[in-house]
Ligand binder design. Structure first.
Ligand code: GDD
Ligand code: MG
Length: 352
């Protein structure tokens, strides 16, 4: 069995962070996002290959994973000649594959039991199986209605307010049979949500749901990107660096340098190569990526700092996301959910 990770979107809602870092490889604590999905897929012994379906900045993703040596799975990259949409991308990536396929949108963080989803698919002898998750407001997602037996009766992508009839949405995780892909036209942009799934219900094919009430989030907006970090800090979701970690203490890489006189407040996360100088305060919900330097007197809370950014003396950061290699001058004050792109320079005393 193969898995396809749809990792070709532009990540527009996470701009400017995604201008140089495609969404599938944005950091979540000390590792790139797709690492978490690959870890989840490793729980399925049948999956013998993970195919990354790429389009936007594919080289940057290939640079991260190389031949896949750090992942423990067999990896293959498929790069579309042009963005083919979610359906077109799946067909393109699945060329030559005849066996059942597991598909993930490359931006959902979840604790779903993929083995159980595959079992549901097999038990129902389904043509397609979709994971659903309940959300408060389905309007930003694909709304999915089911009947009492858990068969999908309707799929409606991005419903308007008056079309919302239930709270279950497409979690972006599917089990599919490649012999249904002939309906996906070649070489044009084709949405699995707007065309393929509705075609299954229209034709009365066996299309079943697996409703999961565990952790699920789409990391594709700044609010959700911050939320996933909070959820992991608070223990609502445990993965990656939090497995086996004591969340009541600051999590500090042994390769970080914390000067005497600096203060750390839990929960916070400090990666390798970070230097926190005397008098600095790293407070609750701060994430410092590799090689970040925090000068003396600076205070950093509720802030995600990507690698190699420097936070100047007496700067106060509360709420923002800072890209890579930024220079935050001294006495800068950033209050609230600003999103600052890579290599930005904020002059001393800037207030935002
Ligand atoms: N290879 C490739 N080519 N990948 C693509 C393309 C493409 O042309 N377009 C989008 N993707 C990838 C994105 O990178 C992302 O991982 C995934 O497909 C879904 O695209 P998004 O742009 O994130 O869609 P969405 O979040 O608005 O909606 C989708 O996800 C929701 C759950 O988070 C839909 O599947 C909804 O139905 C679903 O509820
Ligand atoms: Mg998304």
């Amino acid at each position: 069995m193969k898995a396809i990770l749809l990792a070709g979107g532009k990540g527009t809602r996470l701009r400017p962070l995604t201008l140089h870092t495609p969404k599938p490889v944005v950091p979540i604590f000390d590792r790139v996002f797709l690492h978490y999905q690959i870890d989840l897929l490793k729980q399925v012994p049948e999956i013998d290959e993970v195919i990354l379906s790429l389009n936007y900045q594919p080289r940057r993703i290939e640079e991260v994973f190389g031949e896949g040596e750090g992942t423990g799975v067999k990896l293959r990259y498929v790069v579309e000649p042009a963005p083919l949409g979610t359906g077109g991308a799946i067909r393109y990536a699945a060329q030559g594959v005849t066996d059942t396929i597991v598909v993930f949108n490359g931006d959902v963080m979840t604790s779903v039991d993929v083995n159980a989803v595959v079992k549901r698919h097999r038990d129902a002898k389904a043509r397609a199986t979709i994971v659903l998750t309940p959300v408060e407001n389905p309007s930003a997602y694909g709304l999915v209605e089911t009947d009492a037996e858990g068969r999908v009766t309707r799929f409606l992508e991005k419903p308007s307010a008056n079309e919302i009839t239930c709270d279950t949405i497409n979690a972006g995780i599917y089990v599919l049979e490649p012999d249904t892909f002939d309906r996906i036209p070649k070489d044009v942009n084709y949405s699995i949500e707007r065309a393929y799934f509705p075609s299954l219900t229209e034709r009365g094919e066996t299309f079943v749901a697996y409703i999961d009430r565990g952790y699920w989030i789409d990391i594709g907006t700044p609010e959700k990107y911050i939320q996933v970090h909070r959820d992991m800090f608070d223990g609502r979701f445990t993965a990656g660096p939090f497995v086996g970690a004591d969340r009541t203490q600051p999590i500090v890489s042994p390769e970080a340098r914390i000067d005497e006189g600096a203060t750390l407040e839990a929960p916070c996360f400090i990666d390798a190569g970070v230097h926190v100088k005397a008098g600095a305060v790293i407070g609750r919900y701060a994430v410092l990526g590799k090689g970040v330097v925090v000068e003396d007197g600076a205070e950093v809370r509720n802030t995600i700092v990507w690698p190699n950014t420097r936070v100047g003396q007496n700067a106060v950061l509360d709420g923002p996301i800072l890209g890579r290699g930024c220079h935050i001058g001294r006495n800068v004050s950033l209050n609230g959910p600003a999103v600052v792109g890579d290599k930005s320079a904020l002059t001393d005393f800037t207030h935002l």
